[in-house]
Design a protein around this ligand. Sequence first.
Ligand code: C2E
Ligand code: CA
Ligand code: CA
Length: 434
Amino acid sequence: MDTELTKIVTAGTQIFQEGAPGDCAYIIQDGEIELSMLINGTPSAFATLKKGELFGEMALIDNSFRSATAVAKTNVELLIISRDYIAQKIELSDPTVRMLLQVVLERYRDIHARLHNVSESLKEHESTSANSTISSFFSQYLKLSSKLASAITNRQKSNHASKHINKDLESTSDSITKENNLKHALDNNEFELYYQPIVNMPQGTIAGCEALIRWNSPTLGFTPPDEFIGLAEKTGLIIPLGKWITEQACLAASEFRKHQNIYMSINLSAKQFESESFMTDIENAVKAARITNDCIKLEITESILMTNPELAETSLNKLKTAGFSIAIDDFGTGYSSFSYLHRFPIDTLKIDQSFVNAMFNNERSMEIVRSISLLAKNLNMKTIAEGIEGKNESQQLDKFGCDYGQGYMYSRPVPHDDFLHLLKSDSLPVPSAT
Ligand code: C2E
Ligand code: CA
Ligand code: CA
């Protein structure tokens, strides 16, 4: 795996050459570069690019050769965009956008090839008049290229569309940086698990906790999971990351259980759930922590069940037989279907926080929470209400017969040692932490 994220090039150095195969594109972070083409055997500059501009992308989009030579005009710092990154983005893009990109590029290459042919055929004439035609042709071509380049630059400075271009470049630059940083975060020990108590509502005691990942990136700062779990899924990092989460959560469960007999809830992503190593990984993590499978509750979303129901059924049955509990996370927000409630071995429904938050503003939300609690009871399943922030909510949920609650009212997710302290002091609700 290429681990270089940026490249420093000194003034005068060639970055790539026309006709060479291309393996990456660049965004200029600092400095200026010049693009030129060989016209009639002579290099002719046609554009100067500055900070924030992208170049070298064409050869990656259509897997062809560099159509220009790039030379650093000053010392430059470049952000590298790999071929894999571009290929992945194109693959994930809308098919119409993919087609437009291909057509535009083919047209550009076609014009380029025609100009080249004209140049070659003119070169074959040796007469003075032909030479003067060549000179006049190329001086016109260069004028046109340079007009085009400055028109693009002016457009970037003033036009409404340029706002999008600049914004897109900025967000491309951000997401490449994030993706590159994420690749190294696991090796650099930048992840940490936080734990949020899950409370037995009638008794007011801690029954379990949910492990929630945090990324403390030295360059991006504290980054919430919603901003990187999706990226970890796309890049495949979720497999080693998910394994690490499972191992850490099992070790923490073993530690916590020395003080109180609680269970550990672990979130599973779709890719992790579908991976071949998942079952072995989790069983090994449990063994290494010297706990038993029944201390672990696995949280999966409705979409995991619906995307590949056959695989989900086989895997969930295996997990259930091995003694793990299974909870449906964010229940009611996905493709809720009664069919999976009887098809899959589910123990617990986690009522999504959007319903809990809206209970006192919206009668329907109140009714949904009541109905889910009743449905779960009738199906012999447990319910956990998420996002409880106020006493009025917890009282109402208790009245509905909801078994467990989780939310800022009891405690925010806290680091390992703070959670241990929470267990030892046995005091809920606690003052808010991070
Ligand atoms: P989730 O599984 O639904 O986790 C609950 C989220 O609600 C957590 O956000 C938690 O901090 C937040 N929360 C808890 N109580 C309250 C409350 O009273 N009010 C409000 N407003 N929020 C509350 P967090 O930690 O930012 O996690 C967001 C999502 O990221 C999680 O949603 C889960 O889908 C994903 N995630 C977190 N950790 C992991 C992990 O280890 N593995 C995987 N695959 N996904 C994870
Ligand atoms: Ca969850
Ligand atoms: Ca949830």
